[in-house]
Design a protein around this ligand. Structure first.
Ligand code: B12
Ligand code: SF4
Length: 347
């Protein structure tokens, strides 16, 4: 049905062409078929996918943010892409970081293709970044547009383990997540799993060099971000502050090592380096992951946990923090460096 249009608009060539051969938006089914959409997502490169409604009460806290990003959002499309496990487990940081960044590109590409398909069918759809970039004008507040973990959990793609990462029942925690927002309902939504794939083995607790993961699941995100995100956001600001506070080049070089400066340069040039992610690396959960752990738990510890625990590397902690106490006590062979969070008004 063509709405009544002012003559100038009605006679415009674009308008006449569109009215003559109406496709796209006017042809779109009101409700997206879940099976069709699943096939589109898998063909675009996702390893698993599930859907959730914006009306899902478990996702109430996301509503205001996704409503700002895409007014009229009705559904979430939750995507999973697998990571190559032994890359994530490697003590060589360049290998693990390459895996995080490459998987981030793959999942963003998949989300971009799916969003294009939806757009071409006449839907409004948006793919927020899977990881970085985020909304740094809100830093140090909530910088992410949508929280992928609760969406994945509500859609039934996995459950958060003790380390607060989502564990997929088959792929384990060796996954990255992304979420697409769309302005239509989907014919079938997922439901949370009826069990947690987490084995409560606590290897993640033993692996984290700054004690960020508590045995009963509490998570010290400041400890994690001060060390793991040493070359992101607040960690970068602290590095810049150190330059500003240094009397001269010699003083600066006495405060920051050559390797730290080169690492910061590398982060600025080739995407920021995570310092750890050891909680993910050691997790044996998931049907595709668990067998070596079941076969020989000691061998699993020797080949996966110990190399990370034994690695000589600087640990970054705040002054007088639980992370400092933990790092000095549990990892005496790892030098501990006290730094500032780089965030003003921490209280
Ligand atoms: C913020 C964030 C972080 C923060 C906080 C982590 C956290 N648990 O919330 C920090 C910097 C510590 C972090 C670290 C890592 N992250 Co991260 N991170 C995110 C981000 C942007 C949002 C997370 C989120 O939903 N938080 C809210 C709720 C759902 O999380 P929560 O665990 O229930 O609650 C905690 C937070 O709210 C935190 N908190 C409370 N107030 C505030 C305020 C601020 C400013 C912050 C930062 C946190 C915070 O404390 C709560 C209690 O633990 C997502 C990307 C996205 N857009 O979703 C990736 C994401 C969760 N991260 C991911 C990964 C892989 C990592 C790292 C392994 C990075 C790495 N490569 O080294 C580590 C793992 C640390 C860990 N054990 O959780 C993946 C997880 C994949 C999976 N299998 O689940 C995600 C989904 C990115 C992706 N696209 O796949 N991350
Ligand atoms: S390492 Fe063990 S305790 Fe930690 S999340 Fe994985 S299965 Fe759960």
């Amino acid at each position: 049905m063509t709405p009544h249009l002012p003559p100038r608009l009605a006679q415009h060539p674009t308008v006449q062409k569109v009215i003559a051969g109406r496709t796209g938006r006017s042809q779109r089914p009101t409700i997206i078929d879940a099976q069709w959409l699943r096939e589109v997502c898998l063909a675009a490169g996702a390893d698993d996918v599930a859907f959730a409604s914006v009306d899902n009460p478990d996702l109430a806290s996301e509503g205001v943010y996704v409503g700002e990003a895409l007014p009229g959002t009705r559904s979430y499309i939750s995507l999973v892409v697998k990571m190559n496990r032994d890359n994530v487990r490697s003590p060589a940081r360049s290998v693990a970081n390459q895996e995080f960044h490459r998987t981030g590109e793959i999942i963003n590409e998949a989300a971009h293709r799916i969003t294009r398909t939806l757009q071409d069918r006449g839907y409004r759809a948006l793919n927020p970044s899977a990881t970085f970039p985020m909304e740094m004008d809100r830093f140090p507040g909530r910088v992410w547009v949508v929280a992928h973990k609760p969406v994945a959990v509500a859609a039934g793609l996995g459950v958060m383990g003790i380390h607060r990462n989502v564990i997929h029942p088959r792929f384990g925690n060796f996954i990255l997540l992304a979420t697409i927002l769309v302005d239509a309902e989907i014919s079938s939504y997922g439901a949370p799993l009826d069990y947690s794939p987490c084995l409560e083995c606590k290897l993640c607790v033993a692996a984290c060099p700054v004690g960020a993961i508590g045995k009963d699941g509490e998570f010290d995100f400041v400890a994690c971000s001060v060390h793991n995100y040493r070359e992101f956001m607040g960690g970068f600001t602290d590095w810049a502050q150190t330059i500003a506070d240094s009397a001269d080049a010699q003083d600066f070089r006495s405060r920051v090592s050559d390797s730290e400066n080169a690492s910061m340069w590398q982060s600025l040039s080739f995407k920021a380096n995570y310092k750890a992610a050891y909680c993910l690396a050691v997790c044996p959960a998931g049907e595709e992951v668990i067998e070596p752990y079941l076969d020989d738990r000691k061998a699993f510890m020797d080949t996966v946990l110990r190399p990370l625990q034994n690695k000589r590397e600087t640990l970054y902690v705040l002054p007088n923090s639980a992370a400092k106490v933990h790092a000095e006590k549990r990892f005496p062979h790892k030098p501990v460096k006290v730094v500032d969070s780089g965030i003003q008004n921490r209280s």
